[in-house]
Ligand binder design. Structure first.
Ligand SMILES: Cc1ncc(COP(=O)(O)O)c(C=O)c1O
Length: 344
């Protein structure tokens, strides 16, 4: 009854994090200030939950558009950016999905659900991306769509704008620039939006992972077509009300993102001072490190009450690597202390 290729898939695994310091999923470690939390809950109490949510979300799209410097008609809202990746892979012309390797796993997984072939372009040892090589793969594989996570997950680096421009101007399929970690990076890419270039964003890493809200910015015509494969009520009424509220208090979350970036630099400097740790430059809210034995360090951190993401199983460039989300100052200190003890 179920397709054999679906039976053969490994389900997306979410580990149990009960009682652990949770640094495995790039969440914002800060909770909402109390006064804000109170007015947010008052706002939620106003929602008429007996009614279906606003299907068109014109008001929310206007708010997002104003912040992004585009028109409301250029905004598509999804139940997390994962849902938008699914809409894109459903609607885009037939053809291979081309992605760098390693990158965010959902591009590959959702392509498989939809029986779309995936081709990967290996990154270099320093995680740089060769645009010419990627374009060759696109031509050879007759690619329909390319996803570039900028900064990339799980490596944390941001490829030069020139690399992205080169791909954008020489690829005739659809290029998606995924800015999930844009709030922590030195550069974003709305200025590159064109008929074949769109920018994907999420609220998840900014402090609102529980909301499930992502959005796509693109040219109005393509967005209007993509809207046809969006479930009519894909974003629930509580999420819509929350997003409207939070966008009115955006500065609070920008301040938290700035604090995360400064903690990232402090943690990076501490890693650089450890001979046993190779830390890769990051423009995201996490740092990828390589150690002699990632499984031992992962288990040691867990025994110390800290959950990070062990990338070792993926092999290749991620062999002996751990991805560590930046937490609060105390959480980061706990990580550094535990790693020093494990290494000693
Ligand atoms: C590059 C990238 N894109 C998209 C997502 C998914 O974000 P969302 O929570 O909006 O589905 C993630 C989550 O880790 C990610 O790393």
């Amino acid at each position: 009854m179920i397709r054999n290729d679906i039976k053969a898939l490994a389900a997306y695994h979410v580990p149990d994090s009960a009682d652990l310091i949770k640094l495995d999923a790039m969440e914002n470690p800060f909770t909402m200030p109390d006064a804000l939390r109170k007015s947010w809950s008052e706002q939620l109490a106003q929602v008429d939950i007996n009614r279906y949510p606003d299907a068109d979300m014109q008001g929310l799209r206007e708010k997002i558009a104003a912040r992004a410097g585009v028109e409301a008609g250029q905004v598509l809202i999804g139940n997390g950016s994962d849902e938008i990746i699914q809409m894109l892979l459903l609607a885009v012309n037939p053809g291979t999905c081309v992605v760098p390797e390693p990158t965010f796993v959902m591009y590959d997984l959702i392509s498989r659900w939809l029986k779309r072939h995936v081709a990967t372009v290996p990154l270099d040892k320093d995680f740089s991306l060769n645009a010419k090589r990627l374009l060759q793969v696109c031509a050879r594989e007759k690619a329909g769509i390319v996803f570039l996570a900028c900064p990339n997950n799980p490596t944390g680096n941001l490829w030069p704008e020139e690399t992205i421009r080169q791909i954008a101007s020489n690829f005739n399929g659809l290029l998606i620039i995924d800015e999930a970690y844009g709030p922590f990076s030195e550069r974003t890419h709305t200025h590159l939006i064109a008929a074949n270039v769109m920018v994907l964003r999420t609220f998840s890493k900014l402090g609102w992972a529980g909301l499930r809200l992502g959005y796509l910015l693109g040219d109005a015509e393509s967005i209007s077509h993509l809207n046809k494969v969006r479930m009519p009520y894909n974003v629930n009424a509580l999420t819509q009300a929350s997003a409207n509220f939070l966008l009115d208090h955006f500065a609070v979350f920008e301040q938290q993102a700035a604090e995360i970036c400064s903690e990232r630099e402090r943690v990076m400097a501490a890693f650089m001072a450890m001979d046993e740790v190779q830390a890769f430059p990051s423009q995201a809210n996490f740092i990828l490190i390589r150690v002699a034995d990632a499984d031992v360090v992962f288990d040691g951190l867990k025994a110390a009450g800290i959950l990070v993401k062990n990338m070792n199983g993926a092999g290749g460039l991620l062999a002996e690597c751990l991805r560590i989300t930046i937490g609060t100052r105390d959480e980061n200190d706990a990580v550094l202390t535990a790693i020093r003890e494990i290494m000693a």
